[in-house]
Design a protein around this ligand. Structure first.
Ligand code: HEC
Ligand code: HEC
Ligand code: HEC
Ligand code: HEC
Ligand code: HEC
Ligand code: HEC
Ligand code: HEC
Length: 283
């Protein structure tokens, strides 16, 4: 009897152990989809002109922050079978943008009011980033992790190459390249979801709020400090006229000095030949 009870207790323990193990990784609903999509030989499909694999790695998915979600929380209306046209219609925008809003309403609301959001929601085929362009689809990571923070420069740089290179020339950019994680990256100054152009007073980089934005990390920052130029391309007069003028003057000065030096030396040597300065027999 006691042996039986012990066995039963052991069985229960084993069962609860199993249950605990199952709380990590794809759930039973997701497994139904993975019966096909867990197969690496399923092939590829065309997603916006790029061939992507239909294979979803169960381990990567299961250990991501979304590991416990049903696949259908983003792929609304999909059934675990060969799909019909009604399921596939408009699936990409649903998965990358609208479905996310069902659970992350705050971020969705901020995004809707942003420059990117206006573009994305206002016109089809815009080049603005959707949620899943910045957060990976099946491998969402903790946004406070160092890995995510480090990825931000590439993330924004993909579409804003010019701004990215002027940033990398600045103090913060050089510090970031050297591995400093406390230094300012794009989203520290521009925000992540409510990004607005400088001309909008509500923007984090507007005249009205720039001091406050710098003061997050530079206590006591004032207007003068905030006037520090983050994105300046000295080679373009449209970027900052005075910096360009100074740069152009500097380059002209250097060219003049070297030209003068070169001509002077050449004449000196010429004169030397003429005067037989280099003629050994003359000595
Ligand atoms: C019987 C195998 C099978 C099952 C089960 C299955 N899929 Fe698919 N899935 C496919 C195939 C094959 C494609 C390639 C496109 C096509 O032929 O429809 C595909 C394509 C997709 C796509 C790309 C968009 C599209 O429609 O082409 C998504 C998203 C998707 N499946 C999600 C799911 C989800 C979510 C589940 C579970 C609810 C699921 N699939 C279950 C076979 C399957
Ligand atoms: C958090 C939302 C989310 C969840 C949950 C999710 N997906 Fe996706 N899925 C996406 C997004 C976004 C894309 C489009 C990625 C892209 O741009 O290619 C996508 C694309 C796909 C594709 C098309 C291939 C591709 O890479 O574009 C398949 C197949 C797919 N998902 C299957 C699944 C399966 C199976 C599950 C569950 C195990 C799942 N998804 C769970 C968001 C999700
Ligand atoms: C342009 C890139 C970008 C886009 C587009 C984007 N995010 Fe984010 N998201 C970030 C960054 C960067 C963070 C890190 C937090 C920060 O810097 O404020 C973040 C943080 C988050 C967080 C963690 C909580 C928080 O607010 O810090 C959630 C949830 C989130 N985003 C969901 C979404 C959803 C949903 C969408 C679409 C409506 C979206 N994101 C669009 C870049 C983006
Ligand atoms: C069914 C609800 C649901 C959907 C749909 C969903 N998420 Fe999530 N998301 C969650 C939950 C739950 C977490 C985990 C929260 C936690 O652990 O703090 C999470 C976490 C996140 C995080 C990490 C937040 C952090 O604090 O680091 C990001 C980023 C995120 N989701 C973005 C997205 C994006 C982008 C989409 C659409 C492609 C999406 N989510 C769709 C429920 C959802
Ligand atoms: C998928 C491409 C894409 C990504 C990724 C992206 N943006 Fe944009 N962004 C755009 C487009 C398109 C516009 C509209 C204006 C334009 O054409 O330059 C825009 C506009 C802006 C503006 C408004 C000012 C302007 O140039 O008119 C700011 C500020 C901005 N983005 C910052 C960022 C930051 C910061 C990130 C990273 C968190 C980011 N963007 C990621 C495509 C992108
Ligand atoms: C230290 C703060 C700071 C950082 C970090 C920063 N920026 Fe900026 N950014 C600004 C300020 C201030 C402006 C407005 C003045 C200007 O145009 O130079 C601006 C302007 C912009 C604009 C044009 C906005 C408009 O309204 O015309 C874009 C796009 C942009 N930044 C993208 C980026 C990207 C991409 C990164 C990261 C690679 C980045 N920024 C990093 C402060 C910053
Ligand atoms: C996310 C935090 C953060 C934000 C936001 C930020 N910075 Fe910085 N900044 C730093 C760090 C960290 C350093 C390096 C300080 C050190 O250790 O020398 C730095 C250094 C600097 C330096 C050079 C050294 C110094 O202290 O004089 C200047 C100039 C500067 N920042 C200007 C700005 C301006 C202007 C803004 C707003 C447009 C800004 N920063 C926003 C974190 C930030």
């Amino acid at each position: 009897m006691t042996a039986l009870a012990a066995l039963a207790a052991f069985g229960l323990l084993a069962l609860s152990g199993l249950a605990a193990a199952q709380t990590v990784g794809p759930n039973a609903e997701a497994e139904k989809c993975l019966s096909c999509h867990g197969d690496q030989s399923l092939g590829t499909i065309d997603v916006g002109g790029v061939q992507k694999t239909l294979f979803v790695d169960a381990t990567v998915y299961g250990t991501s922050l979304h590991g416990l979600l049903d696949c259908t929380s983003c792929h609304l209306g999909f059934k675990p079978r060969r799909h019909v046209a009604a399921e596939s219609a408009n699936w990409l925008e649903t998965a990358k943008l609208t479905a996310c809003g069902n659970c992350h309403a705050d971020q969705f609301a901020m995004y809707s009011g942003s420059f990117h959001g206006h573009l994305a929601l206002g016109q089809t085929g815009s080049n603005a980033p959707l949620c899943a362009d910045c957060h990976l689809a099946h491998n969402v990571v903790d946004v406070h992790s160092t890995a995510f923070r480090r990825s931000i420069l590439d993330l924004c740089g993909r579409c804003h190459g010019g701004r990215s290179s002027t940033y990398l020339d600045s103090y913060h950019g050089k510090a970031a390249l050297l591995g400093d994680n406390a230094t300012a990256v794009c989203t520290d100054c521009h925000g992540a979801h409510r990004i607005l152009p400088a001309s909008d007073p509500a923007s984090t980089i507007s005249k009205q709020s720039i001091v406050q934005t710098c003061a997050k990390c530079h206590p006591g920052a004032n207007r003068n400090f905030a006037g520090f130029l983050v994105h300046v391309d000295p080679r373009s007069p449209h970027s900052n006229f005075w910096v360009w003028l100074f740069y152009a003057f500097y380059i002209t000065l250097i060219v003049c000095i070297f030209t003068f030096g070169g001509v002077h030396t050449a004449l000196y040597i010429y004169r030397g030949f003429k005067d037989g300065l280099y003629n050994r027999r003359g000595h």
